[in-house]
Design a protein around this ligand. Structure first.
Ligand SMILES: Nc1ncnc2c1ncn2[C@@H]1O[C@H](COP(=O)(O)OP(=O)(O)OP(=O)(O)O)[C@@H](O)[C@H]1O
Ligand SMILES: [Mg+2]
Length: 188
């Protein structure tokens, strides 16, 4: 089972014998975490920040799971929503964890839905081999532990999760005939 957490979407698939057995896509990924961070900081601190600041906060102190995370603090700079003046506030990892809980849940529930649709004999293989996370969202601290808790499976972050999708695409193109055959089979 691969869970690819990108910016705009999370793509989940169970692969077996060169085929996709079950899959799902949800339009929730890293950008949704950023949007929730923007909303949280506006709501709690009356501070307006942009998407790139929200992403910085997420990367610096973001966290999906309390146990696997060293609690950190981060000074967020933006514009006071009332006065329009520059202002900074201090936020903690636990605040960010709360802020992003909804999109995290959507990802967790979509993974569970795919597991529900997967034949039992393949579930046994997934229990043995675990789930692999790819995409930039896999770098969110504790997302492996979060998905482990939700699924009861072992969850591993792929080596170099940001570029492994591009590397895999490269391998597919190097074996284009095989890939084409496979795509034809999928579209039937
Ligand atoms: N260290 C990190 N911690 C948390 N999130 C991160 C980290 N590094 C990158 N991201 C997030 O990963 C996301 C981008 O991932 P990726 O490059 O896999 O997406 P993409 O393939 O461009 O998007 P999509 O698959 O939706 O088309 C962004 O939301 C980015 O903020
Ligand atoms: Mg992607």
């Amino acid at each position: 089972m691969i869970v690819d957490i990108g910016g705009g979407t999370t793509d989940i698939a169970v692969l077996s014998l060169n085929d996709i057995v079950t899959s799902a896509t949800t339009r929730v990924g890293g950008n949704a975490f950023d949007e929730q961070i923007i909303k949280y900081i506006r709501r709690e601190h009356r501070l307006l920040i942009g998407q790139s600041t929200a992403e910085e906060v997420k990367i610096a102190i973001g966290s999906a799971h309390p146990e696997s995370t060293e609690e950190k603090e981060y000074e967020v700079r933006g514009r006071d929503a009332l006065t329009g003046l520059p202002k900074s506030v201090l936020v903690r990892s636990s605040d960010i964890r709360g802020a992003i809980s909804e999109p995290l849940e959507v990802i967790g529930m979509t993974v569970r839905r795919v597991l529900d649709q997967t034949p039992p004999e393949l579930i046994c293989d997934i229990i043995d081999r675990g789930v692999v996370l790819t995409g930039g969202g896999a770098l969110l601290t504790g997302i492996d532990a979060y998905l482990r808790d939700i699924t009861g499976l072992s969850v591993h972050v792929a080596e170099d999760p940001i570029s492994c999708v591009a590397k895999g695409t490269c391998v597919a193109l190097e074996n284009f005939d095989l890939y084409k055959e496979h795509m034809n089979r999928l579209s039937k």
